[in-house]
Design a protein around this ligand. Sequence first.
Ligand code: MG
Length: 301
Amino acid sequence: MGFTINLTSSQAGEVISRYHLYSVPHTNNYTLFRAKYKGATLTIFKTLTMLIQGSGGREIYNDICEMLSIEKKTEKAANTTDAINLSVIGTDEVGTGDFFGPIVVAAAYVPKMQILPLMRLGVKDSKKINDIQVLEIAPEIMRVVKTSALILNNLKYNYLTTRNNCNMNKIKALLHNNVIYNILPKVSEYDAIIIDAFTTREKYFDYLKGQEIMIKNVELVEKGESKHIAVAAASIVARYLFIKEMEKLSEEVGFDLPKGAGNKVDLAIAKILKEKNEAFFNTIAKMNFKNWEKVKKDSRS
Ligand code: MG
């Protein structure tokens, strides 16, 4: 959870003089002041945006609003971190709605100074760009910023869903948690970790129960990829890797495998079934999708 307030310079001065006894060192060029107080971390950026994070954040936020005589926002409104002023680790996943192919989760770390270069590259909501653009932009993203990705192949997916009783959201949660863990050593300073929301924050941590490593300071933001360029970048990288994996699988079957879970997929299943058995499907498809049962039933009738 985080709260942001855009300060005037005199307000920033008031906050700093009130909390200077609790100030802590910072190495980020964009940071003016940082303090830790009662379980909260308070950061004022040189742009005079203030970010309050941590379990005690609510209380500090209220105190500061009172001190500066500014109106308190509701949790939800205050929680929208200012995308332009922050260095963000963003994550997103691809392939969860596709019968064929793996699930790919990617993370991208976009420090504030890389936001503009990425925008110039054309990084934006990946739903607004096509596969050809994804193939062009993704390698550039991977060159310019730190990224990390995990590919859950079909064999593992099918194992997890049938033997291990994992549902799709649990699989997503495990992958997001892991990809964040993997990118953290590559990251210097960041202001927020934003996951493109697929569930609530509460349920997300329910899915992670029992995990040895659990990254806790994450925010799940709906339509994250249109709000944070780091999430958009992660999304494009994930799509890129998914396309590459689909190309490999398509080569194995001898024709272009369709995406999604629609009628084209049913036709492709029927076509492949003429030559291959169920064990083969186990390596290229998500067997708990309805498409599989449906085509098998049709082929029997
Ligand atoms: Mg998403």
